[in-house]
Design a protein around this ligand. Structure first.
Ligand SMILES: Cc1cc2nc3c(=O)[nH]c(=O)nc-3n(C[C@H](O)[C@H](O)[C@H](O)COP(=O)(O)O)c2cc1C
Length: 167
């Protein structure tokens, strides 16, 4: 599974958010590799203040949909809910980094993902029985892609990058 630099970059450059999935499930080994990529992420003071809830139950997935646009959550064979211990200062950042590691690992395995930031935290916590001190940071859907979306427009580097000082 050796990978060249070009291949590595193509995984970053070619990733798209996938909102349509095939119904076939994700092999356990692929899921394990994806979760492992999350586990290997950097975290502030190496606290690793996270919990990743792998949701596969159709009834539970249904209850993670809070808008018409996010109905595709039900179609994805797996949803990973990223929770962070709110007592850790950088928990939100730590969880985000770990989830993005999983997104990249999934892409490398030919799986599609979509970040989900639209949800009612209290309801997700009740549904998945998440304790008070854990914050629901975001979710990602996971499955074999059933669409190939065109690239989204991205701002140019000249708009995003400044050198040495802001002004
Ligand atoms: C923090 C975050 C939250 C997001 N929430 C949602 C969401 O609730 N529903 C959705 O369909 N897409 C969601 N997205 C996906 C973005 O819409 C998508 O990344 C963006 O349009 C760029 O497209 P691309 O991922 O294909 O490059 C979210 C992305 C991020 C990073």
């Amino acid at each position: 599974m050796a990978m060249g630099f070009q291949e590595f970059l193509s995984i970053i450059y070619n990733r798209r958010s996938i909102r349509r999935y095939e119904s076939r499930s994700i092999p356990d080994e692929a899921l394990r590799v994806i979760l492992e990529a999350g586990r290997q992420a950097p975290s502030a003071r190496n606290l690793q203040p996270y919990c990743f809830i792998v949701v596969r139950d159709p009834e539970l997935k249904k209850r993670l949909v809070f808008s018409e646009w996010n109905r595709f959550i039900q179609e994805a064979p797996v949803v990973i809910v990223g929770c962070g211990d709110s007592r850790a200062k950088w928990a939100v950042v730590d969880v985000a980094i770990a989830l993005q590691n999983m997104v990249m690992a999934a892409e490398a395995l030919g799986l599609g993902t979509c970040w989900i930031g639209h949800f009612v935290e209290e309801e997700v916590k009740r549904t998945l029985r998440i304790p008070e001190h854990m914050k629901v940071v975001a979710m990602i859907t996971l499955g074999y892609p059933a669409e190939k979306p065109a690239p989204r427009p991205k701002k140019g580097l000249e708009e995003l990058v400044r050198y040495d000082t802001f002004e």
